[in-house]
Design a protein around this ligand. Structure first.
Ligand SMILES: Cc1ncc(COP(=O)(O)O)c(C=O)c1O
Length: 395
């Protein structure tokens, strides 16, 4: 019998309480998701600004579909690059304060493709924050000698590793807002360290774009520049469109040199069908709305403060500074049980377990949206307080 490893692998996930499978949910509004027959208030999506379903974005999609069809039908370097793609890249460069931008079909492929393209040159050492997303860290397994991790947000550990690193080309990779903890990368301090050690900086801003800055321009511009200045050219940003911007796809924004290199060496860009022009048009419209509607960011922050104030004082949360709040629950079993208890009260939150987080650091991941209202937050806080009291077992 061959391929026994398939069933064995899945079985071992079951035994560790880490088995995953999809569940069916209907509805686009963050405040009314149907799971089976139950109607839930959704605190598990990444629609931070509440733009999913926005009429102007839907209109832009429809116009794009009419004009360009449902697919780009080829890779960008063949015939899959049209005016909406070009417009979106230019709009992103201006918004993010970068020389140039390059579109990808997903954040996963942008991260994975960029590090693969750079590391295969054999010319580079990368120091990742320990909590960087899997799409960046997956390359560590292929290039273990060229990659290392520093303790999360620990500047002294980063400094030590950069000091010891003798490579000519060094890159530090962090996130603007960490996806599972909701805390921020200390970009200004990390950038100063990079300057001292002649290293470049890569910022995955999947969860900061749209959410931070008066025009939603994201973590790098808030920390390193202001609205009228460029971000330094040795800083590269990766932004995704499937979260606050409510479409799909991603972009890398950086120097002209880097974008030209990726266009010539990054397999995920060269050999993959580009995003549809309709998606590019809708994303451009979403950026317009995001820049204009600062009230969405202000409301998010108010909702965040309301939730944090209402959680019982004995509940431990992550050091959240964003609409992502982690409620620490310890073991996998505890986490699943508490999440189910909260669901039974009508609220959907994510149960996050290893390998997404380290063993013993399982948590509920609560994500807020500008579409939520104060009643939603009050109801969620009391559901969490009750479930944590009734369901927590001593670790
Ligand atoms: C920090 C981070 N980077 C990258 C990605 C991947 O982005 P995408 O969903 O567009 O593939 C995610 C997705 O959740 C993420 O959280």
């Amino acid at each position: 019998m061959t391929f026994e490893f398939l069933a064995q692998g899945v079985q071992s996930k079951r035994e560790k309480g880490q088995y995953r499978q999809v569940k069916l949910y209907d509805g686009i509004s963050v405040s009314a998701v149907n799971a089976g027959r139950q109607s839930l208030i959704n605190f598990a999506s990444n629609d931070y600004l509440g733009l999913n379903g926005h009429p102007q974005i839907l209109d832009a999609y429809q116009q794009g579909l009419q004009q360009y069809g449902s697919s780009s039908s080829s890779a960008a370097l063949i015939t899959g690059y049209s005016k909406p793609h070009q417009y979106l890249e230019r709009q992103l460069s201006e918004w993010l304060g970068a020389e140039r931008s390059l579109l990808y079909s997903s954040g996963y492929s942008a991260n994975s493709g960029l590090f693969q393209a750079l590391l295969k040159s054999g010319q580079l050492n990368v120091v990742f924050d320990r909590l960087c997303h899997a799409s960046m860290l997956n390359n560590m397994f292929h290039y273990p000698k060229s990659c290392q991790r520093f303790a999360h947000n620990e500047q002294s550990d980063l400094d030590r590793r950069l000091n010891q690193c003798k490579a000519d080309n060094k890159l530090v990779a962090i996130e603007g807002v960490y996806s599972m903890d909701g805390d921020k990368g200390d970009i200004a301090t990390v950038f100063a360290q990079c300057q001292r050690h002649k290293a470049a900086l890569y910022i995955d801003d999947a969860h900061g774009i749209g959410v931070l800055g008066e025009q939603g321009q994201g973590s790098a511009r808030v920390a390193l520049a202001n609205v009228s200045c460029q971000v330094p050219s040795n800083v590269t940003q990766m932004v995704t469109f499937g979260k606050a911007l409510a479409t799909s796809g991603a972009a890398i924004a950086g120097s002209q040199e880097l974008i030209e290199y990726l266009t010539n060496f990054c397999g995920e860009y060269i050999f993959s069908t580009s995003m549809s022009a309709a998606n590019a048009l809708a994303t451009s419209k979403s950026i317009d709305v995001c820049q204009r509607d600062n009230w969405r960011r202000q409301k998010l922050e108010e909702l965040r403060q309301t939730l944090v104030e209402q959680l019982s004082s004995d509940i431990h949360t992550t050091n959240s500074e964003s609409p992502i709040i982690g409620i620490l629950t310890g073991s996998e079993e505890n986490t699943v049980r508490i999440a189910e208890a909260i669901t039974s009260k009508g609220y959907l939150v994510s149960a996050i377990r290893p390998p997404t987080v380290e063993p013993g650091k399982s948590r509920l991941r609560v994500t807020l949206s500008a579409k939520h209202n104060v009643n939603d937050i009050n109801g969620l806080a009391s559901a969490i307080n009750q479930a944590m009291e009734e369901e927590s077992l001593p670790c």
